[in-house]
Design a protein around this ligand. Sequence first.
Ligand SMILES: [Zn+2]
Length: 429
Amino acid sequence: MSTMASSSTGVSSSTDSETLRRNRILSSKLYFDVPLSKLPLIYSPSYNIQFLGIEKLHPFDSSKWGRICRFLIVDGVLDKNRIVEPPEATKDDLLVVHSESYLNSLKSSVNVSIIVEVPPVALLPNFLVQQKVLHPFRKQVGGSILAAKLAKERGWAINVGGGFHHCSGDKGGGFCVYADISLCIQYAFTRLNISRVMIIDLDAHQGNGHEKDFSRDRRVYILDIYNPGIYPLDYEARRYISQKVEVVSGTETEEYLTKLDEALKVAGRMFDPELVVYNAGTDILDGDPLGRLKLLELYIMRVQLDTVAFSFAQTNPYCTFEFHTSLELSKNPEFLLSSLHHQIRMDWCGSSVPRTSEYSFSLPLVKISPDGITARDEKVFRFAHERNVPLLMLTSGGYMKSSARIIADSIVNLSKKGLIDTLGSTGKV
Ligand SMILES: [Zn+2]
């Protein structure tokens, strides 16, 4: 992290803050020249969060990014020497979108634990949280930002990570600590001479982070297809979506793809983008082995929450915890499995500002098949390809054990269909 003082206090006019932002972007080291021997496929082993088994405490596969690459290498569509490793986003890079006070709030392990939804993180010293949790995310942010430059140069780019669409400049949540989408677009505006960007957000959840950040920015068109009945339920941010398509729980592949076709047609009529940012979350997948596995994870999570609550109550007598569970998790597994959405709400009372965190567990919500994911990605890439518009893809949400395989399969399909060229002009892997 940069130690350069970069306080924005005292900057009163928007012109000054615009100049400051511009200078930060222009002096950033995230845009570096990538030789043609490399592919526009961005990944670093440090994307993966693995630390003292913490990764097992979240019902997420926090090493899916590495597994995607391994599958691609085994399948023969990727040579690991041709992967681009991004630099880590520094504090100055993050300040392009984030407020100083938000970044400072991440010096509290409790705050980070709420954002990443892993309660035990609250108990770790912050230097470990920085190193083991936030560093991987900052590398992924570096990847998302670089992806725009590579997409402009090569026509396409994939960051095998990123897509933290719930985070805005001043607020994180839902596993999203940094607003990589907003950052990537601001860099593209300044460094790539681009003035019209389309975000196609097909993660199951609403992308409230970028929606808030670009609420008044007409240079950005947002198509968001999401399930309206689940996290983040951000009604204010919904007003900033240019084209919103709501898919209710239980929507199946054919209906979903038809809606996507229609939405892309409308988007293409309404807006002429110079860059497409595709947030390709795979949490719309039908839930396969989710059933029993998920149930076990819910039990584990419940124990974790109780443990954290207990230790907080012990160390701070003014701190009381209340758990509101929308479902009685332990009593009725059948109801649990058939239900579509579960939240454990954890209210942190007794400190100066009460904080509320939602722990969301998604059971099958939108029931898209693996082939449906492949078809979906192909449609979006084709949309950009036909218009000759550069596209960058971020993998975003979807952390079931099966997600990595499905994402890899979809990338293989894009390569087979000639929508991306993973073998490069030199041909040989
Ligand atoms: Zn999601």
